[in-house]
Design a binder for this molecule. Structure first.
Ligand SMILES: [Fe+2]
Ligand SMILES: [Fe+2]
Length: 470
């Protein structure tokens, strides 16, 4: 049951062949998916052989197989973690009931909305990253970009499987729509803000995979708790793929920092820009931008939707097993509300604060990434220290969108914000400089001058391995 059947048109471990109607519906969606990939994916690289990993099993260990693949031939498929027959709903009003194998009728619309919102981010990121291959700083990075791209494509498959299987015609319509919306298109944009932001340079890409894919991690952790068992099992397998995306971001930014520190060491008191490196404070600005934008993805601080999703058992908390109380009916969550321009401490019923509870976990995880980058500075003998902007900084969603805040979360006047935002967010000049550094490096084993080479090859390959070949 858990072995992946690669003899099928759509590889899967869900015995798709036994449900002819579903199989036909998904096989009808498949060419539309490929058409989407071939028009807004990394199309200029479709004929290249890329050293990619493919899932061979959905079990915890040893699921990856590495080999050269042309991206359009990647075996996108449907892989769910094995079913646990004894699984029960882990939180909310249905706590302790057997997990659902079918969609509970009364929650159908909420569940569809949760799945579509998650699904929409997957093709969006592929669209955002589609031209980055032209400026990859090394073949190693080029390959990692494409690995992320094909896996985001697979995540779309994972969600479309759920839509097709459990939501009838509505689900099929939603699956079509997922191929119609476009990142950054003003008339038909992707659902969530961050997924419409341009991502045209590699520092942005590394920050995106660090902060935005990490939002993905926490959304998937919360959905992996779902009482709707097929969603939970799908998300658990997606998390194994997501881990690599965040690795790309975390180590990518670390290598940029390392390179800048090297240049600062070699040329003290000089502008590192003159030596083709990115100033540490500019890196910090990119961190500020992508971290704050991704912090918005959790939604409003006080949210009746989040209460409904929790109450109904559809979306839990990350690591629900770490809590003693899975009902969250008692207790409250204290946060700083913004009332008439003043921060006022308020208590809200816990269930209404589930977005904030999830955001807390996200912020904690981001802090670990920042500490990792600061260890690079420390190791290089550089006194600079990176920081995470306080969660109120530069928000577009939730109560803090109604004000302006500095990196410590202190309220600012509009005028003060206007005056100082260039110190905190990338300016047009910063962006032009970073963009100007983006030149492709395609010699095996070589990296661009603004980034240190990777510490280790993919799948233990040597430094000069040909990750992408003509
Ligand atoms: Fe994803
Ligand atoms: Fe991802």
């Amino acid at each position: 049951m858990t072995g992946i059947d690669y003899s099928q048109k759509i590889p899967n471990n869900v015995d798709l062949a036994s449900d002819k109607r579903l199989q036909r519906a998904l096989e009808a969606w498949q060419p539309n998916y490929l058409e989407w990939w071939n028009s807004v994916g990394p199309t200029d690289f479709n004929t290249k052989d890329v050293y990619l990993r493919t899932a061979i099993s959905a079990e915890k260990d040893g699921w990856a197989h590495f080999g050269y693949v042309k991206m359009p031939d990647y075996r996108w498929g449907i892989f769910l973690e094995p079913r646990d027959e004894k699984r029960t709903v882990g939180f909310g009003d249905h706590f302790g009931e057997p997990a659902w194998q079918q969609v509970p009728g009364e929650y159908r619309n909420w569940l569809r909305r949760l799945i579509v919102t998650q699904a929409d981010t997957e093709p969006a990121s592929v669209e955002q990253q589609r031209l980055l291959g032209h400026t990859a700083p090394s073949l190693y990075d080029l390959r990692n970009l494409f690995q992320v791209n094909v896996e985001e494509g697979r995540h779309l498959w994972a969600m479309v499987y759920l839509l097709h299987t459990y939501f009838g015609k509505d689900g099929r319509d939603e699956a079509e729509e997922l191929l119609q919306r476009r990142s950054g298109n003003p008339d038909h944009p992707r659902i969530l803000g961050t997924f419409n932001e341009p991502c045209t340079d590699w520092l942005s890409f590394f920050c995106f995979t660090m902060f935005t894919d990490r939002d993905g991690k926490f959304q998937l952790l919360a959905l992996a708790e779902s009482g709707f068992d097929p969603l939970a099992r799908t998300c658990r397998f997606m998390l194994t793929e997501e881990a690599h995306h965040m690795f790309v971001g975390q180590t990518g930014v670390a290598r940029v920092i390392e390179r800048t520190c090297q240049v600062m060491q070699a040329h003290p008191d000089k502008d590192v820009r003159d030596y083709g490196a990115i100033p540490l404070d500019v890196i910090q600005k990119y961190i500020n931008f992508w971290a704050s934008s991704s912090t918005d993805l959790y939604g409003a601080e006080i949210s009746s939707n989040s209460a409904n999703f929790f109450r109904s058992g559809l979306k839990g908390r990350a690591y629900e097993e770490r809590y003693d109380d899975h009902l969250a009916l008692e207790g409250s969550y204290a946060f700083e509300n913004l009332v008439d321009g003043q921060l006022v401490r308020e208590e809200v019923p816990l269930r209404n604060a589930m977005n904030e509870v999830l955001r807390d976990e996200y912020v904690k995880d981001n802090e670990k990434g920042i500490a990792y980058w600061n260890r690079v500075c420390e190791r290089m003998g550089n006194p600079f220290r990176f920081r995470l902007p306080q969660r109120r900084f530069h928000r577009k969603i939730g109560v803090y969108a109604g004000g302006h805040f500095d990196l410590d979360g202190n309220a600012l006047s509009q005028a003060e914000w206007e005056r100082r935002q260039g110190d905190w967010l990338p300016t047009a000049k910063d962006r032009a400089f970073v963009q100007g550094l983006m030149q492709p490096v395609t010699t095996p084993g070589k990296s661009a001058g603004w980034i240190a080479p990777p510490a280790k090859g993919v799948n233990d390959q040597p430094a000069d391995f040909l990750y992408v070949r003509a």
